[in-house]
Design a protein around this ligand. Structure first.
Ligand SMILES: C[S@@+](CC[C@H](N)C(=O)[O-])C[C@H]1O[C@@H](n2cnc3c(N)ncnc32)[C@H](O)[C@@H]1O
Length: 441
């Protein structure tokens, strides 16, 4: 089903708001840091002196500078946003209302920053290395502003939620594209890659390009990239514009290892043991994005997994049985309806194809306030359902892993993530009924 005019308009608006969020980062983050500075002066005078003595203000100055470096990087990311097929030229950052809330000092910092980095706004031609598909009209947990028809990008003021997604994207860059993230990647992505290699061990390396691997919810695309680097034909799928913009930039507009420096940990001072926990820079990428074996198909498709791969765009369901492997990493719990995710994964796999999963069950839509459904099963229920849908679980284990934590901080969450390798053993259509058949599931 083709997207309606209204869908397209809503998509344009959402994309524009994301671009405004990137462009507003400096003023928003500087303002938050300035609040810390102002709070010092709410202390009794003697305490202000004490705080001065331990050089807390100097730390805030360093954070200001780090914010400006992050902003420089983020502006580069959206410099060529036009090539995503949406108009962005008419966008304003913040608007008068936003300016009114900023101190003169912050406004001066932002202005001088914008002057110094004026070149970043110029649009230049790039030649994409991955394919971007613009059917991204899905609604998801990073799309809270989509239904706010009042919010027009002109003068749009990003919400705390928008900024939170942008700040999380910076931490996601550490996970996927930095040397520091290797520890976490080795725990999460290595077992998945090894399982894939083992499953297709009889396929010669030069023939791997004939094996099609799909990675839905690809995030910043490192797992998909690694799979392509092994020589498999790989497609990532992602619906968050934050993720798409950054991964597109990393994959297509980065030419050197450690080309960019970001400061992902400056936005929270909680649970830091020392200044460097917050202020340490992280360099990205740790690998050359162009290092995929030539001739290996590698693509990134934008849009909601359930919409893009449902086959609703054509009468013949072209995706049915198309994929030899589907890799889901920290993804299945993004489902509103896990039954449909499992059915989709099963339906898109070729008979005998492999589904490799790793992740917790942090149901993303639990307690949502948007009225969306959310089916929140426990692990046993998910696995039971997978078997009913037509999978045989060949191997399973628990993998303890972090997810985008500040590794140097005083707090680290560990997920006891479920890992499994499953194969498609029966056709869902014949044996389980279609999408609307509620008798079997
Ligand atoms: C927890 S992150 C995991 C990202 C990546 N797989 C990793 O391990 O770092 C889940 C990702 O799935 C994406 N996502 C959630 N629902 C989606 C959907 N319906 N279609 C496509 N992507 C989706 C989110 O935007 C997010 O990037």
């Amino acid at each position: 089903m083709a997207p309606s005019e209204q869908d397209i308009e809503e998509e344009q608006r959402h994309f524009a708001q994301v671009i405004v969020t990137f462009r507003s980062y400096a003023q928003y983050a500087l303002s938050a840091n300035n609040k810390r500075r102002k709070d010092i002066y709410r202390l009794p005078r003697a305490d202000v002196e004490l705080i001065r003595g331990i050089k807390y203000r100097e730390k805030l100055e360093c954070v200001d500078r780090a914010i400006l470096e992050n902003a420089h990087f983020l502006l580069k990311v959206v410099e060529d946003a036009d090539m995503f097929g949406h108009e962005t030229d008419y966008l304003d950052v913040g608007g008068d209302e936003g300016n009114g809330k900023r101190s003169q000092n912050e406004q001066d910092q932002v202005k001088s920053y914008q002057r110094d980095h004026a070149d970043v706004q110029n649009h230049s031609h790039i030649s994409p290395h991955s394919h971007s598909h613009s059917r991204s009209h899905g609604i998801g947990h990073d799309h809270d502003n989509r239904h706010n028809s009042q919010s027009h990008p002109r003068g749009y003021r990003p919400s705390e939620g928008d900024m939170d997604k942008l700040r999380s994207s910076l931490k996601q860059l550490v996970r996927d594209w930095s040397e520091e993230g290797k520890v976490e990647r080795d725990v999460c992505y290595e077992p998945m890659k090894q399982a894939l290699l083992e499953f297709f061990k009889d396929v010669k390396q030069e023939d791997r390009r004939n094996i099609r691997v799909l990675v839905p919810g690809a995030g910043l695309c490192r797992l998909a990239f690694d799979v392509a680097q092994l020589g498999f034909a790989c497609q990532g799928n992602e619906f968050s514009h934050y993720m798409l913009l950054i991964s597109y930039f990393m994959l297509n507009q980065t030419t050197e290892i450690n080309e960019h420096r970001i400061y992902p940990y400056i936005h929270s001072f909680s649970n830091a043991s020392k200044k460097s926990d917050i202020l340490r820079p992280v360099l990205v990428p740790d690998v050359l994005p162009s290092s995929i074996p030539s001739g290996t198909p590698f693509s990134l498709v934008a849009g909601d997994f359930e919409e893009v791969y449902s086959g609703e765009s054509g009468p013949e369901e072209p995706q049915h049985g198309l994929w030899d492997a589907i890799l889901t990493c920290f993804f299945i719990d993004t489902a509103k309806n896990i039954v449909n995710y499992l059915r989709m994964i099963h339906d898109k796999l070729a008979p005998g194809g492999v589904w490799i999963n790793l992740g917790p069950l942090l149901w993303h839509w639990e307690n949502n306030n948007t009225g969306d459904m959310s089916i929140e099963l426990d692990l046993e229920e998910v696995k039971e359902l997978a078997k009913i849908v037509g999978f045989e679980i060949l191997h399973e284990k628990t993998i303890d892993t972090t997810y985008t934590n500040n590794a140097k901080g005083l707090l680290n969450y560990t997920y006891h993530a479920a890992f499994w390798i499953a194969t498609k053993v029966k056709e869902d259509k014949d044996k389980q009924g279609g999408k609307d058949d509620h008798r079997t599931l």
